[in-house]
Design a protein around this ligand. Structure first.
Ligand SMILES: Nc1nc2c(ncn2[C@@H]2O[C@H](COP(=O)(O)OP(=O)(O)OP(=O)(O)O)[C@@H](O)[C@H]2O)c(=O)[nH]1
Length: 304
């Protein structure tokens, strides 16, 4: 049976019209060969884009390294592991990775490749296409679905996802984690007196003010209406109490344009205890907020 492999030492006669067609592809078709000692090279490469432009294909025919050197840092070991696993278990490669081009631009590439054992090692036949535009669009949509329209803060959905992740870290490594819930006091009267649009402006400004005080790794979310939550990783309750007091004071002293001192907040805080679920934590912090409201508002209530 004639071989379709373009391995070193073998020649393959491909009609010129097919070579021309392959070169015009908006992606790359390839053969990747791995010798038993792990050396990788591309015996066949055709097409354009896929982050390989500017590389000498004659070099790549002998050594895949110049292409692998373009892999973004975290993707390099991951892709190597995927190639090894595919070679060992004869399973296809289906993944995405990032390549850094010479001008420092990053491109997202999708690869699909089918391995086959050959005398000289493993040979994959596959294709790579540039999916950067789709990834940017996906990222935009993801961010939209995680964002509160009015304030630009994270929304409840995003908070709940992060809370789940942080709780799992906290349970596994015993790291401190605090949660804060913050609600504007008598906000109905602000709306009634100044109008809904001005009320919206107060919510936006409150979000800005708090974000200026919080750390990068803290996550502030708008839960809905005039209720907010702040997730504080690596923060024990004593620290989050001080922070909550600072937020409360700064908010009550801030001029929101609706009469000095008219905007105050009640805040509940609680710390995560090993074994607490997301729902338990949310319920407990809600109870603390309720206690702050009933204790007279413009105050912080803590308690694990
Ligand atoms: N401007 C504006 N107002 C909102 C928004 N969402 C909810 N509100 C208003 O927030 C007010 C909440 O009123 P209540 O639940 O009675 O609470 P409150 O007046 O803040 O009183 P306490 O929380 O008990 O201190 C209502 O007037 C809602 O219309 C929003 O997106 N924009």
């Amino acid at each position: 049976m004639p071989s379709n492999d373009v391995l070193p030492g073998k020649t393959l006669s491909i009609p010129q019209w097919r070579l021309d067609l392959n070169e015009q592809l908006p992606g790359v078709i390839f053969q990747l060969h791995r010798t038993p000692d792990g050396h990788l090279h591309f015996p066949y490469l055709a097409g354009s884009g896929a982050g390989l432009d500017g590389l000498d294909r004659r070099d790549l025919a002998h050594n895949a390294q110049p292409a692998l050197d373009r892999l973004a840092e975290p993707d390099h070991p991951r892709l190597m592991a995927i190639i090894e696993r595919s070679a060992r278990s004869d399973t296809p490669i289906a993944t995405t990775f990032r390549l850094r081009l010479t001008d420092k631009r990053m491109r997202w590439i999708a690869v699909r490749a089918q391995p086959r054992r050959v005398e000289s090692g493993t040979l994959w036949v596959g294709l790579m296409i540039d999916i950067t535009e789709q990834m940017i669009e996906e990222d935009r949509l993801r961010r939209l679905s995680d964002t509160d329209d009015l304030t630009g803060l994270a929304n409840r959905r995003k908070l709940m996802t992060r809370l789940e992740e942080e709780i799992s870290l906290s349970n596994r490594h015993g790291l401190p984690l605090s949660l804060m819930m913050l609600d504007l006091d008598h906000f109905k009267s602000i709306n009634d007196t100044w109008g809904h649009l001005q009320g919206d402006q107060v919510l936006r400004e409150l979000a800005n003010l708090c974000q200026g005080i919080l750390r990068e790794e803290d996550l502030m979310a708008r839960l809905g209406g005039e209720e907010f939550a702040v997730l504080l990783p690596l923060t024990p309750e004593s620290h989050s109490y001080q922070l909550a007091e600072r937020l409360r004071e700064r908010i009550s002293a801030h001029n929101f344009g609706v009469g000095q001192g008219h905007i105050t907040v009640s805040i509940g805080i609680t710390a995560h205890r090993v074994g607490d679920s997301r729902e338990i934590l949310m319920q407990r912090v809600d109870e603390r907020l309720y206690a702050a409201k009933h204790g007279g508002r413009n105050r912080v209530m803590a308690g694990a």
